[in-house]
Design a protein around this ligand. Structure first.
Ligand code: GLA
Length: 355
């Protein structure tokens, strides 16, 4: 295992942005920026030995600050949408920044991903990033101390461990918003990728992608990924929920997990490259988003990020949990830590195994 540090430019205030690279014994390389604690690249040799970088992203700080659709970043303190931009806690309602349609708060107004995090090489295979959310930023209460660590193992696991603690009661729901393309960031769209998600229902949404409170069973719908299938198979089906997201952009409810085990919940593979990715989490949900809003903005090496050039599996508590007491709660008391782990595990099928 080795860890390198490179300069990646500077923030508008002049503070340096660094890129750290972890490499394991089989040559799997992962890099992370201090800006947004952003997972910037995952480079792996495919079934024919060609190196592929599986992550959409950018080459400059400026692009990560201005052109982004949250590529690879840590989102917080509360990922996904909050209705009306209002955060009710006890007898108080906090007014949040309404950064979507002037009426709801999406991804906490990009706060965590536009901050330059502090990095610490915590171990031979682990880097830890920290950031303090100032009380009241974007309307969210509490001074919140966050650490997110990335560990790369020799058997191809990239573990993301989240820790956050607030000095006031507040909602916490951190995630990583990586866009994966198992054919490489320049590999076209992901409609041919084969996906399995261990979920029996999604959270039904209204036209603003806010949960209605009802669950929508996947049985007999395009959302049924319990047996693996290519993303493109049903993506244009005439389903009212699918039309709302313009394609998959929904929270899949994961199965009961009373012991909060970090269990496998999804798997993706590409027959073209033989690359597989398994997803493990201890959280109750995962937002499966297939880049419907990407529109050709230039990414790494100026390769346009075309519609559906990447897929996200954002492990999380359900969207709009603050307004839905029936959902698993992510209200954390003052001093009560949010601790969670998500693992993306990469492997490659040899040529003759993928036929
Ligand atoms: C999320 C949302 C999408 C979209 C992207 C960012 O994951 O669910 O609707 O807003 O972020 O473009």
């Amino acid at each position: 295992m080795s860890i390198l540090r490179r300069d990646f430019g500077a923030m508008p205030d002049g503070s340096p942005v660094y890129e750290y690279e972890l490499e394991n014994r089989s040559g799997l390389k992962v890099s992370i920026l201090t800006l947004g604690a952003t997972l910037r690249s995952i480079v792996i040799k495919d079934k024919t030995g060609v190196e592929r970088d599986l992550l959409l992203g950018f080459d400059t700080v400026e692009d990560y600050l201005t052109r982004h659709d949250y590529q690879g970043v840590i989102v917080g303190p509360v990922a996904n949408r909050i209705a009306k931009g209002e955060l009710p806690i006890g007898t108080k309602t906090y007014e949040l920044v309404k950064n979507e349609k002037d009426k709801l708060c999406l991804h906490s107004n990009a706060e965590y991903n536009t901050a330059n995090w502090r990095a610490l090489i915590a171990d031979a295979d682990r880097i830890e990033f920290s950031y303090v959310h100032p009380d009241g930023a974007n309307g969210f209460p509490g001074e919140i101390r966050n650490t997110v660590s990335y560990t790369l193992t020799d058997d191809g696991e990239l573990k993301i461990a989240y820790h956050a603690v607030s000095d006031r009661d507040t909602y916490l729901n951190l995630t990583n918003h990586a866009y994966f393309n198992l054919n490489g960031y320049d590999g076209g769209d992901v409609l041919g990728h084969i996906v399995r998600i261990d979920s029996d229902a999604i959270t039904e949404v209204d036209p603003d992608s806010i949960p209605t409170g009802r669950l929508y069973p996947v049985e007999g719908t395009p959302f049924d990924f319990r047996a693996e299938k290519p993303i493109g198979r049903d993506v244009n089906a005439d389903d009212p929920q699918l039309l709302i997201g313009g394609g998959y952009d929904h929270n899949f409810c994961l199965r009961e997990n009373p012991d909060r085990a970090c269990r496998e919940v999804a798997r993706v593979r590409s027959a073209e490259t033989g690359i597989n990715m398994q997803v493990f989490t201890d959280l109750p949900g995962v937002q499966f988003y297939i880049g419907n809003f990407l529109h050709g903005q230039p990414g790494k090496e100026n390769v346009p990020m075309i519609k559906r050039a990447g897929l996200c599996l954002e492990t999380q508590f359900y969207p709009d949990t603050p307004h839905r007491p029936e959902f698993p709660s992510c209200l954390f008391k003052k001093g009560q830590p949010f601790d969670s782990e998500t693992i993306y595990r990469f492997s490659v099928d040899k040529e003759n195994e993928t036929e």
